[in-house]
Design a protein around this ligand. Structure first.
Ligand code: NAD
Length: 498
C-alpha cells in the first residue's frame, strides 16, 4: 500500500509513554497510573497516557490559578502575540499531529487527518486578530455628572472539557479564546483521543506561555473532568460533548458562566423543487465525513414523497463510491469509527429501524475483512418513521435515514419534533420557502442549499433555545465575549470646585 513520503511503519509506529502537562512541566499522575492508548485502526496498543486522578486535576487548577495574575497583566496585544506564537508552533508540527490524529482517532490520514492537523492553528490566529478589536462601550448616563464605560476583563481559570471527534479543532475553539481573553486553562480531553491531546500540548509547551497558563490532565471524564468543572478554583466552563454529560456538568458547575456545545440530530430537508445534485452532494459529504461522527452531520433526511425514490437511488450510488479502509491508505475516504460505543449505537439504531419496518438500501452493519471491528459500512435506510430511534436520537455514525413527507407543514413538524436542535439544511429553489424554513426550523443554524457541515469559524454556532443542543454561541468574537467578563465603570466627575 503506497503512502506519500512516509512509510506505513513510520506512520503507524508506537507513540510511547506520554505525560500530562501541568504548571509548565511534563508530569506523570501522582499515583503513577497509566491507561493504554489503542488505535481504532486495528485495536492494537500504540502507547500509554497517565490516568489522572482528582488530585492531579486539583494541582492543575492550582497551577492555573497561580498563572492568573501573569496572564491578567499582559496587554491584549501581548496576548494576541502569545496566540500567534502558539499558531506558529502548531504549524511547525503538522506532520506529527496528522499521524497522531489518524492513529488515535481513526480519520483517513490523507483526506482528513492532514486537513485537521493543518487547520486548527487558524483558531489561534483568529483569536489573535479578534481580541485586539474587542472594544468596550461608552454609555450615556441620566446624571450629567457621570460618565459610564464598559470594558472586558479576564474571568479567571477556565475548565475546558472536549470530545474525541475533532480532537484538535474543538479544543482550539475554546483554548485560543480563553488565552486571548487572559484566562488560564485546565483541559480534560476525551480519553479515546488522549494521544492527540498530548501532541496538541507539545505545541503549547513550545510557545513560551506563563507556567500554568495551559494545563492538560488526561483521565476519565467523570473523575478529572468532574473535578475541574465543579472546583471552586475554576471560574467558567466550556464543554463540547453529549447532552447527557452537558446536563451533568451544568449541575456540577452551577453558578459559573457556561458555554455548552452539545448534540445534533441534523435534519436535512429536501423539498420537491430542490437541486438534487446539490442535495446529494451535501448529504453524502456530511453523512460520511469523519464517518458521520460530527454534531453537524446529516443525521436524518426528510424528503418530499414525490422525489423520495430518485433521491434514494442517487444516495445509494454515492454510498457505493465511499472507500472504507485503513486510515493510512491513500485511497481511503472513510476510516473506522473511533470507539465501540459509537459502533454499538449504530448497530442498535439499525436493528430498531429494521424491526419496525425500515428497509436497508445500502450498508447496514460492520464491514468484514478489515483490520479491526470498528469499520462501518456507509448505510442508507428508507421507510423510516418518526418514532424510530434513528430519527429520534443522534446516531453519530455513517448513516442516512430517509423519511418521506407530503407538505411543508409536515416537514416542519418532523424537523422540530425532536429534543435536539443544532443544525439543519434545507434544499429548495424558492426564496420564500427558504425563509419559511429558515425562520421556523428550531436549530441554531439553518443552511440553505448547503451541507449542514458548512460553517466558518467566525459565524455564531450553537443550539436553539429550549432544545438539548447547548447554551451560548461559539465562533470568532462570539467566543471571546462568552469567555470574558464585561466590567461596567461608573465615574462621578465631582463638583467644579474639586
Ligand atoms: P461525551 O459527553 O461522552 O464526552 C465528552 C467529554 O466529557 C469527554 O472528554 C468525557 O471524558 C467527558 N465527561 C464524561 N463524563 C463527564 C462528567 N461527568 N464530568 C465531566 N466530564 C465528563 O461525548 P462524546 O461521546 O465524547 O462526544 C460526542 C458528543 O459530542 C455528541 O453528542 C456530539 O454531537 C457532541 N458534539 C457537539 C459539538 C457541538 O459543537 N455542538 C461538536 C462535537 C461533538
Amino acid at each position: 500500500m503506497a503512502t506519500t513520503t512516509e512509510s506505513l511503519g513510520q506512520l503507524t509506529g508506537p507513540l510511547g509513554t506520554m505525560k500530562m502537562f501541568i504548571g509548565g512541566e511534563w508530569v506523570d499522575s501522582l499515583d503513577g497510573g497509566h491507561d493504554e492508548v489503542t488505535t481504532p485502526r486495528d485495536g492494537s496498543v500504540v502507547g500509554h497516557v497517565p490516568r489522572g486522578e482528582r488530585t492531579d486535576a486539583q494541582r492543575a487548577v492550582a497551577a492555573a490559578n497561580d498563572a492568573e495574575e501573569a496572564l491578567r497583566e499582559l496587554t491584549v496585544f501581548e496576548r494576541s502575540k502569545l496566540c500567534l506564537r502558539i499558531a506558529d508552533a502548531i504549524d511547525a508540527r503538522t506532520d506529527h499531529l496528522a499521524r497522531v490524529i489518524s492513529l488515535d482517532q481513526g480519520k483517513p490520514y490523507h483526506s482528513e487527518g492532514r486537513w485537521e492537523a493543518g487547520a486548527f492553528s487558524h483558531f489561534f490566529r483568529q483569536a489573535a486578530e479578534d481580541i485586539v478589536r474587542l472594544n468596550g462601550e461608552s454609555i450615556p448616563s441620566s446624571d450629567r455628572n457621570k460618565r459610564v464605560i464598559t470594558f472586558h476583563r479576564p474571568r479567571g481559570t477556565y475548565a475546558v472539557v472536549t470530545p474525541w471527534n475533532f480532537p484538535y479543532n474543538i479544543p482550539s475553539e475554546y483554548i485560543s479564546a480563553a488565552l486571548a481573553c487572559g484566562n488560564p486553562v485546565v483541559w480534560v480531553p476525551a480519553p479515546s483521543t488522549s494521544a492527540c491531546a498530548v501532541a496538541y500540548a507539545e505545541c503549547l509547551a513550545e510557545a513560551d506561555l506563563p507556567p500554568g497558563a495551559f494545563n492538560l490532565v488526561t483521565g476519565a471524564g467523570p473523575v478529572v473532568g468532574d473535578e475541574i468543572v465543579a472546583s471552586a478554583g475554576t471560574r467558567g466552563v466550556a464543554f463540547t460533548g453529549s447532552p447527557q454529560t452537558g446536563e451533568t456538568i451544568a449541575r456540577r458547575a452551577a453558578g459559573k458562566p457556561l458555554l455548552l456545545e452539545l448534540g445534533g440530530n441534523g435534519p436535512v430537508i429536501v423539498l420537491d423543487d430542490a437541486d438534487l445534485d446539490a442535495a446529494v452532494r451535501g448529504i453524502v459529504f456530511s453523512a460520511f465525513f469523519n464517518a458521520g461522527q460530527a454534531c453537524s452531520a446529516t443525521e436524518r433526511v426528510l424528503v418530499h414523497r414525490s422525489i423520495h425514490d430518485e433521491l434514494a437511488e442517487r444516495l445509494v450510488a454515492a454510498a457505493a463510491d465511499v472507500r472504507l479502509g485503513d486510515p493510512f491508505d491513500p485511497e481511503t475516504t472513510m476510516g473506522p469509527l473511533n470507539n465501540e460505543q459509537v459502533a454499538a449505537k449504530m448497530d442498535a439504531h439499525i436493528e430498531d429501524a429494521e424491526s419496525h419496518g425500515a428497509t436497508v438500501l445500502a450498508g447496514g452493519g460492520r464491514a468484514d475483512g478489515m483490520l479491526g471491528d470498528l469499520y462501518y459500512r456507509p448505510t442508507v435506510l428508507s421507510r423510516v418513521s418518526s418514532t424510530m430511534r434513528v430519527n429520534r436520537e443522534e446516531s453519530f455514525g455513517p448513516i442516512i435515514p430517509l423519511i418521506a413527507f407530503d407538505d411543508a407543514a409536515e416537514a416542519i413538524e418532523l424537523a422540530n419534533d425532536n429534543e435536539l436542535g443544532l443544525i439543519s439544511s434545507v434544499y429548495t429553489r424558492s426564496l420564500r420557502r427558504a425563509f419559511f424554513f429558515g425562520e421556523n426550523v428550531q436549530t441554531g443554524i439553518v443552511n440553505i442549499n448547503e451541507t449542514p457541515d458548512y460553517w466558518e469559524s467566525h459565524i455564531p454556532y450553537g443550539g436553539a433555545s429550549g432544545k438539548r443542543s447547548g447554551i451560548g454561541r461559539l465562533g470568532g468574537a462570539n467566543t471571546l465575549r462568552e469567555m470574558s467578563e464585561v466590567r461596567s465603570m461608573i465615574i462621578d466627575l465631582g463638583s467644579e470646585t474639586d
